[in-house]
Each structure stands twice: as structure tokens, then as C-alpha cells.
Design a protein around this ligand. Structure first.
Ligand SMILES: Cc1cc2nc3c(=O)[nH]c(=O)nc-3n(C[C@H](O)[C@H](O)[C@H](O)COP(=O)(O)O)c2cc1C
Length: 185
């Protein structure tokens, strides 16, 4: 059974990021995958403390809820990260999560735990879907260090209204189908 780990980086529990990630999860589950869904704003976790012990050992010394999720990521077939855009970037908890992925890469920036598919879901208030494209590309450059093979980037625009994604039938189908493909392809 495929293992998929999903992280929601929005503080709005029923917002657009949650709507799209829930559909990815549903598509994946209905296609037979096991999905682990983490809501970062509900989790107690620390930022990376720069102890560098993960440069020697393939684990993090911080024993918190992200440590547990990190163990799931190590063995996962796919990882999905969803973030609203705040001040032209991912939200703070998502950045802290990505820093905590440091144990996934070795001293030569090679992935320690193999390759996994990855999907990025971004939601933004602005209505131009290409506005943050260069930021999405820049951010994606770090993913291969962790073994994440970015197969799809979904962007939801006009997302200040928490119902925007809910009203966008095509986007919802896309999110569901992405989840199915992560489970099947
Ligand atoms: C502090 C803050 C900063 C924001 N900065 C931006 C921004 O730089 N660009 C943008 O398009 N939207 C910005 N937004 C709007 C959010 O991206 C939008 O409300 C969010 O994607 C909604 O996602 P959600 O429904 O999942 O919470 C900002 C919102 C907040 C609260």
C-alpha cells in the first residue's frame, strides 16, 4: 500500500489549502493509499536548532510531533506540502518544517531515504497564477536534496475568501486526480 504524507501549512482549518489537500487525500485514499495528514498549525514542534547532529546521524534529535512525521516521510512514497503565500513566501511553519527535513539529506546533499513523488499546493490572495512562479521554482530547487521529485504544483488564486477553492470545480477535480495518481502511478 502506498504511503502518502500530507502537510497543511495554513492556520485556517477550513480554508482553501485545507480544501485542496483534503481532496488530494481523498483521491489517494480512494485509490488505495494510506494517507497521513498533518496540520502544522495544530502541532507542537520546534524550529531546527542547528545542532548539526543530522550531519552525522540520519535523524533529528528533537523529539516532537514533527520528528514523528519525519519518520513517516522517510518511508513514504509521496509527500504533499500545502502553504498559503504570506508576504510572497510560504508560511512560517512550512519553512520550519522544511528546515527540519535536514536529516533527509546527507553531507553531499544526496537523499538518504530514496526518491518520493512530491506535490506542492500553494494558495494566494492575488489573482495572477503566475505571480509567484519564480518563487515556486526557487523553492523547488531544495526538494531534490530530500529525494522529493516534484510532479505537480497546484496554485489556488483569489484565496482570501476561504470558499474560493470550494467553488472551483476544475481545481477540485485536479486536486482529487493528483491524489489518485500519487496512489496509482
Ligand atoms: C499575513 C498575510 C500575508 C499575506 N501575503 C500575501 C502575499 O504576499 N501575496 C498574496 O497573494 N496573498 C497574500 N496573503 C493572502 C493569503 O495568501 C490567502 O489569504 C491564503 O492563501 C488563504 O489560504 P487559506 O484559505 O488556506 O488560509 C496574505 C495573507 C496573510 C494573512
Amino acid at each position: 500500500m502506498r504511503q502518502i504524507v500530507i502537510f497543511n501549512g495554513s492556520p485556517r482549518m477550513d480554508g482553501n489549502t485545507a480544501t485542496l489537500l483534503n481532496l488530494v487525500a481523498r483521491g489517494a485514499r480512494e485509490a488505495g493509499a494510506e494517507v497521513h495528514f498533518h496540520t502544522l498549525f495544530k502541532m507542537k514542534f520546534m524550529a531546527c536548532q542547528s545542532c548539526f547532529s543530522c550531519r552525522i546521524n540520519d535523524d533529528c534529535v528533537i523529539n516532537d510531533e514533527v520528528h514523528a512525521a519525519l519518520q513517516q516521510v522517510k518511508t513514504a512514497d509521496a509527500v504533499v506540502i500545502g502553504s498559503p503565500i504570506y508576504m510572497m513566501q510560504m508560511t512560517g511553519p512550512v519553512k520550519n518544517l522544511i528546515d527540519r527535513f535536514f536529516p533527509l539529506t546527507d553531507a553531499d546533499w544526496r537523499p538518504r531515504f530514496g526518491t518520493k513523488k512530491m506535490v506542492a499546493v500553494y494558495t494566494q490572495g492575488m489573482d495572477d497564477p503566475h505571480l509567484y512562479e519564480s518563487y515556486f521554482e526557487y523553492t523547488a530547487a531544495v526538494f531534490p536534496w530530500f529525494g522529493f521529485d516534484l510532479v505537480e504544483t497546484i496554485v489556488c488564486t483569489n484565496a482570501n475568501d476561504p470558499e474560493s477553492a470550494e467553488r472551483d470545480a476544475a481545481l477540485k477535480i485536479r486536486a482529487y486526480e493528483v491524489g489518485r495518481r500519487l496512489a496509482l502511478d
